[in-house]
Design a protein. Structure first.
Length: 146
C-alpha cells in the first residue's frame, strides 16, 4: 500500500452520516487515504464530538437524526472555538436552493449523493489546503497613531 501524503497524516475527519453502509465505505476509504476517520450517526453526536475533539474537517449529511445538518452547521459557525472548522456537506438534496442555503450558512464544499469517494477525498484535501493557508482570525484591529 502506498504511504499517505504528509498532509493527510494524523488529520481527523469526522463523518456525520446516518446511513451505515455509506458511512462504512467513507470510513474505510478515508482510512486507506491516510486520514483518521471518526463516524457518528446523528447531529447531537457530531456536535459533541466536534466540541470535545475539534476534528480537522467535518463531513456531514444534511438529513441527520436528532439535529439536522443545517442546524449543526449554524451552531458550528457561531462557535468561537470551532467556528472555522472546514465543513463538507454530502447530501441527496441536490437542488440549487439546498446548495445555496448550505453555502450561505458557511459550508466549504457540497457533494451531491451519489458520489465517487475519490472525489470526496479530493475535496477534503482541497479544504484542508485552503484552511492551512488562511490566517487565524484577529481578535481586534490595531490602529496606529498618525
Amino acid at each position: 500500500m502506498k504511504a499517505a501524503p504528509k498532509s493527510r497524516r494524523r488529520k481527523t475527519i469526522l463523518v456525520a452520516e446516518d446511513e451505515s453502509q455509506l458511512a462504512g465505505i467513507i470510513r474505510l476509504s478515508l482510512h486507506e487515504a491516510g486520514y483518521k476517520p471518526v463516524v457518528v450517526g446523528d447531529g447531537i453526536e457530531a456536535l459533541n464530538y466536534i466540541l470535545e475533539h475539534r476534528p480537522d474537517v467535518v463531513v456531514l449529511d444534511l438529513m441527520l437524526p436528532r439535529l439536522a445538518g443545517y442546524d449543526l452547521c449554524a451552531m458550528i459557525r457561531r462557535s468561537p472555538t470551532v467556528g472555522r472548522t472546514p465543513l463538507v456537506v454530502i447530501s441527496g438534496m441536490g437542488t440549487d436552493d439546498s446548495k445555496m442555503r448550505a453555502f450561505e450558512m458557511g459550508v466549504d464544499d457540497y457533494v451531491t449523493k451519489p458520489f465517487v469517494v475519490a472525489e470526496l477525498i479530493a475535496r477534503i484535501d482541497a479544504v484542508l489546503r485552503r484552511s492551512a493557508q488562511s490566517p487565524p482570525p484577529t481578535p481586534f484591529l490595531v490602529h496606529s497613531a498618525s
